[in-house]
Design a protein around this ligand. Structure first.
Ligand SMILES: O=P(O)(O)O[C@H]1O[C@H](CO)[C@@H](O)[C@H]1O
Ligand SMILES: O=c1cc[nH]c(=O)[nH]1
Length: 242
C-alpha cells in the first residue's frame, strides 16, 4: 500500500490533529509561510498541503479547491491522516448591510445548498459549526460578524432564479461554496469544524453585475491575511480538546 493517500497525496498517517483548510493553493502557501518549520507534505490536483507550527502548536494547512465535492475528498483524507479539528478560511459575498469588503464573517451554521451533502445524510440534518470553534474564532476576531452563511454549489445562476429573497429575509449574512460540506462532514464523523470568511463583494441582487466580482483586491488580501492569523490563533485555542 502506498504511503500517501490517493487524492491529496498527503501522508497516510501521523498528521497534527488541527487543520486550516482554504480554497486556493496559493493561499495555503501564503499561510504556510507564516508558520515555523513549514514543510510541503502533499501536492496533487487542487490540493496543496503543509505542516508547520504556529505559536508552538503543530498544524496542517491545506487547500481544497472550489466546490463541495472536491473539498469533501480533502476533508476525508485529512481525517484519515489524523486531523480532528478543521477551520475553513475562505472568501464570500456579503448578503447584509454593514458587512463589506475585507470584513470577517464567522459562521455559526450554513445553508446546505452545496449539492453534495444530500448524498451523505438527509437534507433536514443541520450544518452547524462546533460551538467551541465559533467561540475560539470570535475571541481571535472580536470585530467579526457572526451568523448563518449560504453554501451554494453553483457560483452563478443561469436559467433558474436564486431563492435569494428568502435567505435575505432569513438574515443569512454571506454566500460561499464549501462550508456546509465541511460542517456536515465533521458532524457525521464526530469531528470539530468551523469557518471564517473574508468578504470580497456584495452578492445581493441590487449588485447584479458579475463582472464586478474581483477577489484580487488589496482590501480582500488584507482581510485574508488577518483571517489567516485569526484561524491559526483559534486552532491554538482549540488545542488539546481532541
Ligand atoms: O476563497 P475560497 O476559499 O476559494 O472560497 C470562495 O471562493 C471560490 C469562488 O471564487 C469558492 O471556493 C468560494 O467558496
Ligand atoms: O461563492 C462566492 C465566493 C466569494 N464571493 C461570492 O460572491 N461568492
Amino acid at each position: 500500500m502506498s504511503d500517501v493517500l490517493p487524492i491529496t497525496k498527503i501522508p497516510r498517517h501521523g498528521l497534527p490533529p488541527r487543520a486550516l483548510v482554504v480554497g486556493d493553493p496559493d493561499r495555503a502557501t501564503a499561510a504556510a509561510e507564516s508558520l515555523e518549520d513549514a514543510a510541503l507534505i502533499g501536492q496533487n490536483r487542487e490540493y496543496r498541503s503543509y505542516t508547520g507550527t504556529w505559536k508552538g502548536v503543530p498544524v496542517v494547512v491545506s487547500s481544497h479547491g472550489v466546490g463541495g465535492p472536491g473539498a469533501l475528498c480533502q476533508f476525508g483524507e485529512l481525517a484519515e491522516a489524523g486531523v480532528r479539528t478543521f477551520l475553513r478560511l475562505g472568501t464570500a459575498g456579503s448578503l447584509a448591510d454593514g458587512i463589506t469588503d475585507g470584513d470577517l464573517v464567522i459562521a455559526e451554521a450554513a445553508v446546505r445548498d452545496d449539492g453534495v451533502t444530500q448524498q451523505l445524510i438527509h437534507p433536514e440534518f443541520p450544518a452547524f459549526a462546533t460551538p467551541e470553534a465559533v467561540v475560539a474564532l470570535s475571541r481571535a476576531a472580536p470585530e467579526a460578524h457572526r451568523g448563518v452563511v449560504w453554501t451554494r454549489a453553483a457560483f452563478s445562476p443561469l436559467v433558474l432564479t436564486l431563492p435569494m429573497a428568502d435567505y435575505l429575509a432569513a438574515r443569512v449574512i454571506a454566500i460561499e461554496m464549501e462550508l456546509s460540506t465541511l460542517l456536515v462532514f465533521a458532524a457525521l464523523r464526530g469531528l470539530r469544524a468551523g469557518g471564517v470568511l473574508v468578504i470580497d463583494g456584495d452578492a445581493r441582487p441590487e449588485h447584479p453585475d458579475p463582472s464586478a466580482y474581483d477577489p484580487h483586491r488589496d482590501v480582500v488580501a488584507a482581510g485574508v491575511a488577518r483571517a489567516t492569523r485569526v484561524a491559526l490563533d483559534a486552532l491554538v485555542e482549540l488545542e488539546g480538546a481532541e
